[in-house]
Design a protein around this ligand. Structure first.
Ligand code: 4NP
Length: 161
């Protein structure tokens, strides 16, 4: 059984699709694609069925990732059963997920993405929402996502080996 990780933001069209694509690449490059399964979802329902936001796809493309295959979905209470680790992109995503969790054990599977980045400052560890913002905000979100996903993979190596 692979170790299953789901990234969750608000809309599942900007930040969590970026984390999904970045982590997928890191895991594949580490030769762990059969050991770690990755997905993403949003706490909100507005964009269910949509592709990733075009500026997010463009930011991914500038760094050599392909974000074109994404399809947005909403994270519901029943989804806790399907994942070992549920990673919120900001503190409000984490709070929403913990509120949604059917059990305390489910709530304990929720983590904040930038907590995995050893260089992340204490205090504000959100990946800021770039939706509707300029290109630079998408690039910045991707910087934070890449750094944190590298830390997450380092943590996971002991879990899956
Ligand atoms: P995301 O960005 O949570 O990074 O996917 C958002 C996308 C859409 C909305 C909010 C955030 N929205 O309100 O529609």
């Amino acid at each position: 059984m692979p170790y299953r990780i789901c990234f969750v933001c608000l809309g599942n069209i900007c930040r969590s699709p970026m984390a999904d694509v970045v982590m997928r690449r890191l895991v594949a490059d580490a030769g762990l694609a059969d050991r770690i399964q990755i997905g993403s979802a949003g706490t909100g329902s507005w964009h269910v069925g949509s592709g990733a936001n075009p500026p997010a796809v463009a930011a991914l493309h500038r760094r050599g990732y392909d974000g074109s295959a994404h399809q947005a979905r909403q994270f519901g209470a029943a989804d806790f059963a399907d994942w070992d680790l549920i990673v919120g992109l900001d503190a409000s995503n984490v709070a929403d997920l913990r509120r949604l969790a059917p059990t305390k054990d489910d709530a304990a599977t929720v983590a904040l993405l930038r907590d995995f980045d050893p260089a992340s400052p204490a205090g504000d560890r959100d990946v800021p929402d770039p939706y509707g913002g300029p290109e630079a905000e998408f690039d910045h979100a991707l910087d934070l996502v890449e750094a944190a996903c590298r830390g997450l993979l380092a943590d996971l190596r002991s879990e899956v080996s």
